[in-house]
Design a protein around this ligand. Structure first.
Ligand SMILES: [Zn+2]
Ligand SMILES: [Zn+2]
Length: 151
């Protein structure tokens, strides 16, 4: 899909315009009240494994704009040998966050967990070096990084 065909982003989340999301079984629910700082696609092997897809769409919000509404007892964390923990729902396995959503400065949220438009569009693609062979990378004009896009 070209950029021209993309739906324009909705109003970004704010205290007056909160954005909710949750896991597949509904046990974990959360709310975002600040605009996303960034968003992008990750084609790394870990994202492929934890989602079962070719890439994962993620966005980052400031911790101050994130609130866990319910399901703290259902959240589980997988700590890979390196990098930040990956959080998921114990009931349904939905991939939800990375890092610690309650204490880290920023929370990485899986965009597929959101109830509605995040108010931002993915801005980059990273870890293209490990992209799957069975799916072509869309010609979407986004910057492509072979490894991490850095910070
Ligand atoms: Zn669940
Ligand atoms: Zn990744």
């Amino acid at each position: 899909m070209s950029e021209a065909e993309q739906t324009p982003p909705a109003e970004p989340p704010s205290p007056e315009n909160p954005l909710q999301g949750g896991c597949l079984c509904g046990a974990v629910r959360f709310e975002i009240t600040a605009p996303f700082l960034s968003a992008g696609y990750c084609h790394c092997t870990r994202c492929q494994r934890r989602t079962g897809t070719g890439s994962s769409a993620n966005g980052r919000v400031p911790q101050s704009g994130f609130r866990l509404l319910q399901g703290a007892d259902r959240l589980r964390s997988y700590q890979p040998p390196t990098g930040v923990p990956k959080l998921f729902c114990a009931g349904c396995g939905s991939a939800l966050f990375s890092g610690d959503p309650l204490s880290d400065e920023q929370v990485a949220v899986r965009l597929g967990a959101l109830d509605r438009d995040p108010g931002i569009r993915p801005q980059f693609r990273q870890f293209l070096a490990s992209a799957v062979s069975w799916e072509s990378i869309p010609e979407d004009g986004l910057p492509r990084h072979p490894g991490s896009r850095g910070t």
